[in-house]
Ligand binder design. Structure first.
Ligand code: BG6
Ligand code: MG
Length: 220
């Protein structure tokens, strides 16, 4: 029986994955580095510095630590600038209705995002009150695919890992959820989320009873 639903943020509740992409793209273009949607898929759910490493590795570039710090800070400034314009249209279709329905059943909701900007995004869109706990990259030592962020989320909402289901758009996040011993729903295409037992692209298609009985199947 599911007693808590844990959500990733970027690409799951909000289309901020697009803005992370645009931030990295701007940085990459400035340096003439190759960066596209496919490389970006390797940055999904991955912390800031590690995402930069993914891009540098793809381009065969090595840089001193101080310069990497500066580049990551610059990308974050681009991202935060893009966040100034976010609005309801950036929220995943049906996500808020889904959160309301889940919470009305008494099931806990938690946010487990690698992003240190997660509280800012939630505040900007008035979404903070939909979560019983918010765990971010600032609260953990080991990033996804390590299960740490999900185990902490479960602890903070007071539910055992086996009674949690995780919603994730990143292969690394799906792996982390499964490593935490939790059920997992992939948000996005089954081709990218090959490890996810079930995937969705629209929250309104979810049979909530089936989800809470851990019987959700297929890719509606
Ligand atoms: C994840 C995103 O949620 O957060 C990644 O999917 C991002 O793209 C990571 O790199 C870290 O975010 P931030 O905001 O702390 O740089
Ligand atoms: Mg994500």
């Amino acid at each position: 029986q599911i007693k808590a639903v844990l959500f990733d943020l970027d690409g799951v509740i909000v289309f901020t994955d697009r803005y992370h992409y645009l931030g990295w793209k701007k940085l990459a273009d400035e340096h003439g580095w190759a960066f596209d949607e496919e490389v970006n898929n390797g940055c999904r759910g991955v912390p800031r510095m590690e995402s930069l490493e993914v891009i540098l590795r793809h381009n065969g570039v090595e840089l001193p630590e101080a310069e990497k710090e500066e580049l990551a800070t610059r990308k974050n400034a681009y991202y935060v600038e893009l966040l100034k314009d976010i609005n309801e249209e950036d929220v995943y279709p049906g996500a808020v209705e889904f959160l309301k329905k889940i919470r009305a059943t008494g099931v806990k909701t938690g946010l487990c995002s690698s992003s240190k900007n997660a509280p800012l995004v939630l505040e900007s869109l008035g979404l903070s009150d939909y979560f019983d706990a918010v765990v971010t990259g600032a609260d953990i030592k080991n990033a996804k695919p390590d299960p740490e962020i999900f185990l902490l989320g479960a602890e903070w909402v007071g539910v055992a890992p086996e009674n949690c289901v995780v919603f994730e758009d990143a292969p690394s996040g799906v792996a982390g959820a499964l490593a935490a011993g939790m059920a997992c729903v992939g948000v996005g295409s089954p081709e990218l989320l090959t490890e996810a037992p079930v995937t969705i692209t629209d929250y309104s298609t979810i049979d909530i009873d089936a989800l809470l009985n851990n019987q959700l199947t297929g890719s509606p």
